[in-house]
Design a protein. Structure first.
Length: 414
């Protein structure tokens, strides 16, 4: 079969397996995330506990992400992903059993959220580096396609979760998520990734080498700093969406799922835009623009008092989010040495996923005092200011990258 250029990464068998598995599993993952947040809200009516659950579900990435990246460079990445998927299946089965039996308590959700967060800490760097390994020269297209699949699931998963929670309860969402991992597991078993570079030296030196690379490389520092700002000040809006849905927009689980689906729709459009690109030229400007749109969309959400306006605002925010996140990942992977990919993705996951829980925790407590709309608006304003600084720094960063990688991509058109 001849694939169109926008889907050129699907010409590789292992990438077809990878994406097929992802397509099956990710909708279940989004379903569980929505159902878990709604379960916490239903049991406690507490924005603080929503922040705590999000914190514990992601803080292991902050604590272990850099170490996990080093492990992903030192050990077979496929094996790491298989082990972490096994743990995720067990977590989903246990949460489903407790909920369906009617004995689930808030502390159960808190403990199991931390368990899943520990899984993600080691899974994210290994999975992203594995994707780049099997994609080879098609890595930018593969990353964009992966983002498209993630955000297609982000539309379908929350919408299904909202309908299922309203009809039969949260437990069925957790059970379906456990079943959905079968596709990813089968794909990982069947694929044949290329061998990883041999690693020399001790574990500590290996980890410090990755930190030194990030510290001395200007574009890595700038991209990661901007990502950290968005993660802390913007992304916690997801933890507050149940509050916005119920108390500001006067809706229920169905509206909550639709709002998340709106953000997913915007992100899907952004990911498709990245699919149509070739190479890395001009991607820095896309990252800067995406950050601005993320902040602008959330600022509009903070003033929204109607579901349609809130949904439209989240479409803009979702577009900006994926443009920044996927663009940052593509630049970091595309410019990093092959033997550094795991450690670079460890830093990426630490500052993307790992910083978000601190923002969620702060946002949960701020929302209890100042309200969810004001909290979201304040964070959005900070992100807009950070994007302006990054816009101003772009010319200098571009000159530095071109000096280090003169043959990697042509200069952008004047």
């Amino acid at each position: 079969m001849r694939w169109p250029d926008a889907l050129r990464s699907l010409r590789k068998r292992d990438l077809r397996l990878f994406f097929a598995g992802q397509s099956v599993s990710l909708a279940g993952t989004w379903m569980q995330g929505v159902a878990q947040s709604w379960l916490v809200w239903r049991l406690t009516r507490s924005s603080e506990l929503l922040g705590v659950v999000n914190f514990l579900g992601q803080v292991p990435v902050f604590l272990f992400g850099i170490w996990a990246g080093s492990i992903a460079d030192r050990h077979p990445r496929r094996r790491i992903v298989l082990l972490t998927q096994t743990n995720a299946i067990f977590q989903a089965v246990l949460l489903a059993a407790l909920t369906l039996a009617g004995v689930v308590r808030p502390w159960h959700v808190v403990v199991l959220a931390g368990m899943l967060g520990l899984t993600y800490a080691f899974e994210i760097p290994a999975r992203q580096a594995l994707l780049a390994d099997i994609a080879g020269s098609d890595a930018p297209n593969a990353i964009a396609l992966n983002s498209s699949i993630v955000n297609s699931a982000r539309i379908v998963g929350p919408a299904l979760a909202g309908a299922l929670v309203a009809a039969v309860g949260e437990g069925f969402c957790f059970a379906l998520n456990a079943l959905s991992f079968a596709g990813t597991y089968y794909a990982l078993v069947k694929m044949h990734p290329p061998p990883q570079p041999r690693v020399e030296g001790g574990r500590r030196a290996h980890l410090l080498e990755g930190l030194a690379y990030a510290g001395r490389t200007g574009h890595v520092r700038a991209l990661l700093a901007l990502l950290a700002v968005s993660s802390f000040f913007a992304m916690p809006y997801q933890a507050l969406l149940p509050v916005v849905s119920a108390e500001v927009l006067h809706g229920g689980a169905g509206l909550y799922g639709l709002l998340l689906g709106s953000a997913g729709a915007g992100a899907l459009v952004g990911a498709i835009g990245l699919l149509l690109r070739n190479g890395l030229a001009g991607l820095g400007r896309r990252v800067a623009l995406g950050t601005t749109l993320l902040g602008a969309g959330l600022l509009a959400l903070s003033f929204s008092r109607h579901p349609v306006v809130a949904g439209a605002s989240l479409v803009v925010a979702g577009f900006g989010f994926i443009t920044q996140m996927a663009g940052t990942m593509t630049l970091l992977q595309g410019l990093a040495p092959v033997d550094m990919r795991g450690r670079v993705m460890g830093l990426f996951s630490t500052l993307f996923v790992g910083v978000t829980p601190f923002g969620s925790l702060a946002a949960g407590f701020a929302a209890s005092r100042f309200g969810a709309p004001r909290t979201i608006g304040a964070g959005a304003a900070v992100v807009i200011c950070a994007s302006a600084v990054f816009h101003l720094a772009l010319p200098r960063l571009r000159r530095t990258v071109l000096a280090q990688h003169p043959t990697l991509f042509p200069p952008a058109p004047q």
